[in-house]
Design a protein around this ligand. Structure first.
Ligand SMILES: Cc1cc2nc3c(=O)[nH]c(=O)nc-3n(C[C@H](O)[C@H](O)[C@H](O)COP(=O)(O)OP(=O)(O)OC[C@H]3O[C@@H](n4cnc5c(N)ncnc54)[C@H](O)[C@@H]3O)c2cc1C
Length: 344
C-alpha cells in the first residue's frame, strides 16, 4: 500500500516520522520555520531549514477518481493520501487589505517587511493576536537595532478590549505593559473598517501609516480551490477522524483541514500523526487536539500559557526553545529517511 503525504511542513514531517515508508512530496527543499519569521524581520536571521522531501515537486492537481497526484515533474499514484498543504494569510476580512497590505507567508515576505520597516515613519499593525503582537515586537526590536526607535510612531490596533484574548488576562496585561514600555501606542476597542492606500479607516477615526501590517488569521491555501474536493471556510472539509468528507482514502491535516482548532504548529503536528495513523491502520479515531503551550516573544520578552497556566520569562523562553528543538529533531529525522524512493 502506498501512502503519500503532500506538503512537508509541520503536519507533513510529523506524519512522515510516524510512518517512514510513506512518500513525502514538497515543492521546496527547505522547511519554513514560521515561528522564526519574526526573527527574520527583527535580525535578518534565516527561518529556512534544509528538509529533503522524497519527491521535490510542486503538486498541480489531484485526480481523486484515479488516485493520482499531478505534479510539475510527473504523476504519482497513491492508495492513501494525506493533504498537508498549509495555509495562506486571510486578508479578506477587511476591505482593501488585499490591495494595500503585505503578506507574511514566506522568508522573502519577511525580508520585504524588514526593508519597509527600515524606511517607514508610521507603522501600524492591525490585530492583537499572537501574530500581530509578535510582529509589532519584532518591529520595535528592528527599529531599536537600527537606532531609529523614538523617531517613529508604532501603533497596534485591536478590535477587542485586550490583546492576546485567548490567553489568561495576566498575560494580556503583561504584553500590554511591555509594548507600552517599548513605545507602542495601543489602540483597543477599535474596529478597522477599510484600508485605503496608506490610510486605516476605523469606527473611531482614521490612522495614516506608511507601513501597515494586518494579522487577520489564516485560511487554507488558494490552491485548494482547484481541487475537486469539498471545502469549508476555504479548508478541506474533513470528518472528525480527519478523513475527507468526499473520499475515504484522503485525509486533511494541519492548517488546511477544516476541523476547528487553534491553528498552531503544535496542533498541526498532532493532526499529521493522527491522520496518517488512521489512514495506514484503517482506523476512524476522532482527532482531539491537545494544545500544551502557546508562547509569544515580544522583543525577547517571553510569555504565554502552558496547560492553561500563565507563564512569563525564562520558563516561557525554555518552552518555546523546546518546541523548536522538537521540530529540528523531526526535520533531521526526515532528512535521514530521504532518497529512498525513485518514483518519478
Ligand atoms: C508568521 C507566522 C508565525 C507563526 N508563528 C507560530 C508560532 O510561533 N507558533 C505556532 O505554533 N504557530 C505559528 N504559526 C502557525 C504555524 O505556522 C502553522 O500552524 C503551521 O505552519 C501549519 O502547519 P502545516 O503543516 O499545516 O503547514 P505548513 O507548515 O505551511 O506546510 C505546508 C507545506 O506544503 C508545501 N506546499 C504548499 N503548496 C504545495 C504544492 N502545491 N506542492 C507541493 N508542496 C506544497 C509547502 O512548501 C510547505 O512545506 C505562525 C504562522 C505564521 C504565518
Amino acid at each position: 500500500m502506498r501512502t503519500v503525504i503532500i506538503g512537508g511542513g509541520f503536519a507533513g514531517i510529523s506524519a512522515k516520522c510516524k510512518y517512514p515508508d510513506s512518500i513525502l512530496i514538497d515543492k521546496n527543499e527547505y522547511f519554513l520555520m514560521t515561528p522564526k519569521l519574526v526573527d527574520t524581520i527583527a535580525n535578518g536571521e534565516s527561518s529556512l531549514f534544509y528538509r529533503k522531501p522524497d519527491v521535490n515537486a510542486e503538486v498541480l492537481n489531484i485526480n481523486f477518481q484515479e488516485k493520482k497526484i499531478i505534479t510539475n515533474k510527473g504523476n504519482i499514484s497513491y492508495d492513501k493520501l494525506i493533504i498537508a498543504l498549509g495555509y495562506s494569510q486571510d486578508l479578506s476580512k477587511i476591505k482593501g487589505a488585499k490591495d494595500h497590505v503585505m503578506k507574511l507567508e514566506t522568508f522573502e515576505d519577511a525580508m520585504k517587511i524588514r526593508n519597509e520597516i527600515e524606511k517607514a515613519n508610521t507603522l501600524i499593525v492591525i490585530g492583537g493576536g499572537d501574530l500581530g503582537v509578535e510582529v509589532i515586537g519584532s518591529t520595535v526590536e528592528l527599529l531599536s537595532k537600527i537606532k531609529r526607535k523614538g523617531k517613529e510612531r508604532v501603533v497596534l490596533i485591536n478590535r477587542g478590549p485586550r490583546i492576546l484574548p485567548h490567553m489568561p488576562e495576566k498575560i494580556s496585561l503583561e504584553a500590554e505593559r511591555i509594548l507600552t514600555e517599548l513605545g507602542v501606542e495601543l489602540i483597543l476597542n477599535v474596529s478597522v473598517e477599510e484600508i485605503r492606500g496608506k490610510t486605516v479607516i476605523t469606527n473611531k477615526g482614521d490612522f495614516s501609516g506608511d507601513h501597515i501590517f494586518y494579522a487577520g488569521g489564516i485560511k487554507g491555501p488558494d490552491f485548494l480551490s482547484k481541487l475537486k474536493i469539498s471545502l469549508k471556510n476555504e479548508k478541506i472539509e474533513v470528518n472528525e477522524d480527519l478523513s475527507s468528507v468526499d473520499y475515504k482514502d484522503v485525509y486533511g491535516a494541519g492548517a488546511c483541514a477544516s476541523i476547528f482548532y487553534p491553528s498552531t504548529a503544535e496542533v498541526s503536528m498532532q493532526s499529521g500523526v493522527h491522520a496518517i495513523t488512521n489512514a495506514v491502520e484503517g482506523r476512524d479515531d476522532k482527532f482531539e487536539p491537545k494544545p500544551l503551550a502557546d508562547v509569544v516573544d515580544i522583543d525577547n520578552n517571553f510569555m504565554g500559557v502552558f496547560m492553561g497556566f500563565p507563564i512569563i520569562g525564562s520558563y516561557a523562553k525554555i518552552l518555546k526553545s523546546l518546541a523548536l528543538i522538537n521540530v529540528y529533531y523531526k526535520i533531521n529525522k526526515v532528512n535521514s529517511f530521504s532518497n529512498k524512493f525513485n518514483i518519478l
